[in-house]
Design a protein. Structure first.
Length: 113
């Protein structure tokens, strides 16, 4: 995901919008940094708890989604950032056992009729 975020300005066609590039590149750098320091099986430094990593993924997705309006480039390149935010959230949901129960539909109690 980090490499996708880093290369997204050129892959998704918003490489002429400086603020959009900055948001994507910073997000990609954060994801790659997390990948190095999270206490996962294949990670290198193992200093960040997995729960913190997942919370940061969630916050990063929200930041990507609002960044076009927050940094003033919504008129030029909002859709790629919404798509990247959705990918970030989807990645969070696809990781088995990674998503907190409060964020998954399967754990929401059904109403009795």
């Amino acid at each position: 995901m980090g490499l996708l975020l880093l290369s997204s300005p050129w892959l998704l066609g918003f490489s002429e919008v400086e603020a959009a590039i900055g948001a994507a590149v910073v997000a990609g750098a954060v994801v790659l940094m997390q990948a190095v320091v999270t206490d996962f099986e294949a990670d290198i430094i193992k200093k960040m708890p997995v729960g913190t990593h997942l919370l940061m993924d969630l916050v990063l997705g929200i930041a990507l989604a609002v960044s076009p309006w927050l940094f003033g480039f919504a008129g030029e390149a909002y859709l790629p950032h919404l798509i990247l935010a959705a990918c970030t959230w989807s990645w969070l949901r696809l990781r088995p056992g990674a998503c907190p129960a409060s964020l998954t539909r399967q754990h929401i109690p059904k109403t009795v009729t």
